[in-house]
Design a protein around this ligand. Structure first.
Ligand code: ZN
Length: 395
């Protein structure tokens, strides 16, 4: 099989040869033809730079926080300007649409200017070179604006913000939240398993520690597979943790990771989306948290897991007592931040709003999404239910 990259190289070579033949036909000079085609090819680099500059200038003008810029034509990497807007920002859909239009617009304007200059120039070689460069610029704009070319193309992103602004804003917020969840998971994983040991999926499935590390690596990028696959994968892991022969510390590690991953999302679903999880999910989560807590009750990670389970089970006083002792500087900062915020949520349930405010301040600004979940709990009256009561027919 021919790799896509090789196919791309072959197509490019063919295209350049065709262009040289065409340029030769117009300019009637070999040197002129090669120079004209060379200039056209090089113009791609300039167009890519201008494209990203277009995005960058719009981002700066519209005060969208820019977190990274990468210009890397011919390397196989995407050239990109990354922005990280706050989900509740004013007029965000319009600003994002303009941001995504910025790059292609600059390419189209440049192409128009080049074509106009080419039309008024004298020599055949210059004309071919300029028209070629204009064509490259216009093509770059069009390719980026076609929604289907890549899931991250300007056109695709632009359409999402244009057609489904509310859902896109919610997805942005959820994406930031998952980043916070992932950071918390990293803080509790203590780097037990190196990547080099994660080679064989069959062996990974039997060793609980390897299975956990493989699970986390499989899902660390987030969007690759379906939610159903993720849940099935997590259930296999939970069964492994509950199995009789499993080493208690390995079971504890799995219990902690699953409780934090799912528990934080249950909290989010109940408070932000107004859809509390079913009671049996909370019970299952509490059993997993218990595996961690009974193995190492002194560890903050185990107390965070157990506290989260209590909180979801609407037992805020239990959650609070587990999270009284948080030691920033001793425990990992990401874990301390989450612990402070979970205790703040418990205090909100108990009506201690002043204590909750102090704890949110102590958590710092590294968990903005979780802090907003806590703020929503604090603002609600009564506190939103965190799990849905079982239907009566089931009783
Ligand atoms: Zn772009």
């Amino acid at each position: 099989m021919i790799s896509p990259r090789r196919r791309l190289v072959a197509a490019s070579v063919l295209l350049v040869l065709e262009a040289v033949v065409f340029a030769l036909f117009v300019t009637e000079s070999v040197v002129g033809a090669i120079a004209a085609v060379g200039v056209t090819c090089l113009s791609l680099w300039v167009h890519v730079v201008l494209h990203e500059c277009g995005h960058l200038v719009v981002a700066k003008l519209l005060r969208l926080p820019v977190v990274a810029v990468r210009v890397a034509p011919f390397t196989g990497w995407r050239s990109e300007v990354w922005v990280r807007p706050a989900p509740p920002a004013t007029a965000l859909p319009l600003r994002m649409v303009l941001f995504y239009l910025g790059g292609p617009t600059v390419n189209l304007c440049t192409a128009a200017v080049l074509a106009a200059v080419a039309a008024s120039t004298g020599t055949a070689s210059t004309r071919v070179a300029l028209f070629g460069a204009a064509l490259v610029g216009a093509l770059l704009a069009v390719v980026n604006l076609v929604p289907g070319t890549s899931p991250r193309s300007d056109g695709r992103n632009l359409l999402r913000w244009l057609l489904a602004p509310t859902a896109t804003r919610a997805a942005l917020r959820a994406g930031y939240y998952q980043e916070e969840v992932r950071r918390t998971l990293r803080a509790i994983s203590r780097g037990e398993v190196g990547d080099d040991r994660l080679a064989d999926p069959v062996r990974d499935a039997d060793d609980p520690r390897l299975a956990l590390a493989a699970f986390q690596r499989r899902w660390s990028t987030g969007h690759a597979q379906s939610a159903a696959d993720f849940i099935a994968d997590a259930e296999r892991l939970a069964a492994l943790a509950r199995a009789d022969g499993t080493d208690p510390l390995a079971a504890a590690a799995i219990g902690e990771a699953l409780t934090v991953q799912f528990g934080l999302w249950y909290l989010y679903a109940a408070v932000v989306n107004g859809s509390p999880v079913e009671r049996r999910e909370v019970v299952e989560l509490a059993e997993l948290a218990q595996l961690a807590f009974q193995a190492q009750p002194h560890l903050l990670s185990a107390r965070v897991a157990m506290g989260l389970a209590h909180l979801l089970d609407q037992r805020p006083e239990h959650a609070r007592s587990l999270l009284l002792d948080i030691r920033p500087g001793v425990d990992p900062p990401d874990l301390c931040g989450v612990a402070f915020l979970l205790r703040a949520a418990a205090e909100c349930h108990l009506g201690n709003h002043a204590d909750a405010d102090t704890l949110v301040r102590a958590a710092g600004g590294d968990h903005q999404q979780l802090a907003q979940v806590v703020a929503a709990i604090r603002a609600a009256d009564p506190v939103p239910p965190l799990f849905a009561p079982a239907p009566m027919a089931d009783a």
